[in-house]
Design a protein around this ligand. Sequence first.
Ligand SMILES: *Cc1c(COP(=O)(O)O)cnc(C)c1O
Length: 416
Amino acid sequence: MAFERSRNFFPFENKVWLSSPTMHGDEMTYMQEAYNSNWMTTAGSNINALEELIQDYTKSERAVALSSGTAALHLAIKLAGVETGDYVFCSDMTFSATVNPVTYEGGIPIFIDSEADTWNMDPKALEKAFELYPDVKVVVLVHLYGVPAKLDEIQEICEKHGAILIEDAAESLGATYKEKQTGTFGRYSIISFNGNKIITGSSGGALLTSDLHAANKTRKWSTQAREQAAWYQHEEIGYNYRMSNVIAGVVRGQMPYLEQHIAQKKAIYERYQEGLKDLPIQMNPFDEENSSPNYWLSCLTINPEAMTKQVRSDNDVLYTKEKGKTCPSEILDALNSINAEGRPIWKPMHLQPIFRLNPFVTARGDGRAQTNAYIVEETAEVGTDIFERGLCLPSDNKMTVEEQNRIIEVIRACFE
Ligand SMILES: *Cc1c(COP(=O)(O)O)cnc(C)c1O
């Protein structure tokens, strides 16, 4: 029922993905090298070379290659000393992988609302959170969809309160804030090479830090925490979190193409911006003066006056259709009808059933306590509002201009 407005559009023969791996050939060379040399394990020249490539590119002093971004975050949480019962301030609107590792250590995420300028953690809400919970010692900050957060403000607040900043730069590899790479602001930062990220190893991640001791700990913990002894001696709990030398070969082959991928993603963002400019929408915003995103995903929000009614339950959605208006669900259905993949905005963590009892702080105070106020004052929860009105657009590197133009036409048709 959903896509009458796109009935005149032919579906793509080959699906246009949100963001799929883009390979170049060099990956095979390095994978083959691992195979030929029989370093089919979690050690080898690809891992060493990759860690250096990451350090050179990001200017991070140390990089430790791990099995995933989530594993890297888990070790970052451990390095920060989070223990059972500790509160940790976390970005609210993000992928659940940002916050799950806090709970692996028994920590309790307190969710911090987003701001409208970059869709990331609101420094005002963070400041408020420190008023409510002055003893918190760790902040986990995401750079959503490749857009750097308000790093100056966030860093200043963390310093003022003696809190450790952990940066989740899983989506923002290559993005810069004041010409410095995201992933180099936190005491511990992480990146990801998961299949849909800006470059990929099929999976994989890395922990970045300037702290030698922390880098050594990360290496040790990620390889089962073996002590320096000929036998298997253990003083700490370890993990099997090291990157495979085969996967490192894939990422090694991808690294030289990171800049090219960013340029392609930027062109995609700009074509959407141009093609949709007279519609009542906004592209996902960033601080044009201070930051340079990696444009991992192009997103948009529909202006409030152009929104039809859209009601989401836990697993379903209903929406109405009106002339001149639409909603994210209708656009997603329309994209799907032409074999193109979009995605809703990450559903904020404080709205997730699993985190229903966790505290949530907005710029105005304790978000949970003002649930009723939200109904009256629409903008009280910024993240919820972006979730309601926003979506991620097909942003695949390999999407052709013709394909993107058809996608733009389909989106435009939703506003007819
Ligand atoms: C992908 C992602 C992660 C997790 O990375 P994996 O390598 O998939 O474990 C963490 N945080 C964010 C924001 C992500 O998008």
